[in-house]
Write a protein that binds this ligand. Sequence first.
Ligand code: CNA
Length: 242
Amino acid sequence: MDSKIKNFIKIVEGSNNIVFFGGAGVSTESGIPDFRSKDGLYNQKYDYPPETILSHSFFVSNPEEFFKFYRDKMNSLNVKPNITHIKLAELEQMGKLKAIITQNIDGLHQKAGSKNVFELHGSIMRNYCVECNRVHTPEYVFNETSGIPRCQRKRCDGIVKPDVVLYEEMLDEDVISKAVDAISNCDTLIVAGTSLTVYPASGLINYFRGNNLVLINKSETSFDSRADLVINESLGEVFKNL
Ligand code: CNA
């Protein structure tokens, strides 16, 4: 086994206060493309760039086109968690992992059994009417409607919006404060599967004051020099050894 992976296992075995901070790379091995890899959504061709479609102003001005892209690219309802999601849920159950902070919106950590998950960018699993706040299921948005999903409450007809944080929208303050708290108080922070280019999420790492900062990512990131251990490997290859 690679010596860096051996070192990683030693760190995990020696710590009972771990926090995991992850991004889209955690779910690529479940078949969900990330944004910035060569097969990622940003390198595919659409009528508009994905970062435009996934913005608040586009959602408001062009909801039809937004939902076309959303149904086509963001539907992970039938996707299964992979080995990384599963091992993280096991670490939580063993009492070693205290929290998962994720930029993902796919709900796969919860599907794997993780409980303490802070979703910085929301989740496709929750959907609310923009007029009356009525809750709608993800199945309603993805499968049971076409075009713009409309509220099921009588005489409402508001647009049902997924509870995902679009570009130009603020992050939920309560989620940020819980994430900051978890990072500030852990002794091992595992940062994985994220290009660390989306702010303010990536800035949360600055709150870490513990012993071991581990960075696992297929490609290099601008935070590599700050880490105690950097593993440029696919997450499945690393986590299967735990
Ligand atoms: P990103 O910018 O696309 O970066 C992903 C990173 O993961 C890249 O640096 C890759 O090299 C790396 N990577 C990809 N696959 C693996 C793997 N198997 N093992 C190790 N590393 C891997 O994505 P970020 O999360 O940094 O950007 C934040 C955005 C992406 C958030 O707003 C998310 O909501 C959004 N996003 C989420 C999903 C999802 O929910 N699954 C999918 C696509 C995008």
